[in-house]
Design a protein around this ligand. Sequence first.
Ligand SMILES: NC(=O)c1ccc[n+]([C@@H]2O[C@H](COP(=O)([O-])OP(=O)(O)OC[C@H]3O[C@@H](n4cnc5c(N)ncnc54)[C@H](OP(=O)(O)O)[C@@H]3O)[C@@H](O)[C@H]2O)c1
Length: 235
Amino acid sequence: MVNVKKIIVTGSSSGIGNSITKELIKKKIKVIGISRNNNKSLIKSKYFQSEEIDLSQLKNIPMSIEKILDENQDIDGLISCAGVGYFGNLENFSVDQILSSINTNLLSHVILTKYLVPFFKKKNKGKLIYIGSESALDGGKKGSLYSAAKFGLRGFSQSIRAEVASRNITVTLINPGMVKTNFFNNLDFQPGLSKKNSIIVYDITKIVISILQMDTNTSVDEVVMNPIIKSVIKK
Ligand SMILES: NC(=O)c1ccc[n+]([C@@H]2O[C@H](COP(=O)([O-])OP(=O)(O)OC[C@H]3O[C@@H](n4cnc5c(N)ncnc54)[C@H](OP(=O)(O)O)[C@@H]3O)[C@@H](O)[C@H]2O)c1
């Protein structure tokens, strides 16, 4: 039995966030799902509240999240999953693309957390779970923008963990390797075709659920997950 009643999940419309959302709903946990277009996920449930917010537009986040927190005093956690793959040689990105990448993949998580922390401090409990990446651990060719954001998210989660630990708020960063999702739709590469080359999305969901079920005195700081054989292919 999961120990929470209501959770914010960003990236609820697709992939990892969508799998987590569906599993929480199945367990009768209310989900406030944030993405730009929740309609594509076809989730229709009294346990699902759709909030369509473009997280790359940082200025819109404070008003939206303050309203959500005002109206939902029983929120227990944030699963911060929304993200976009920006891969390529740095000089080929426009300044607008650089800003959008860092805004979505790093700063939106920071700003959401800024509002969740005082909210959880008042309750003296809360779970913050971020979906990082293997790119939070190692940089690589064409990964400068994506890794800059994900390394940043890792440093952020380590620091915020130290900041909130005394208030029974736990902070987890999950760093998956490749998972077959819509993430690769606009990229020129994808995981290898063998089942051994990508993590099953539901395995990430199982990790998230088990973290939500844990005692408040247990902190799972970081989880690293990989397909058993790493292989990347060009499309
Ligand atoms: N797939 C992988 O191999 C992999 C590996 C490691 C880490 N990750 C990380 O896992 C997370 C989820 O990725 P995924 O694989 O599930 O990809 P996905 O299927 O493309 O899902 C991405 C989610 O993020 C949301 N999102 C993207 N930009 C947004 C914005 N500006 N505002 C609000 N929501 C936004 C999308 O919703 P809308 O499009 O409706 O806005 C969607 O729900 C990301 O942080 C990604 O970096 C993925």
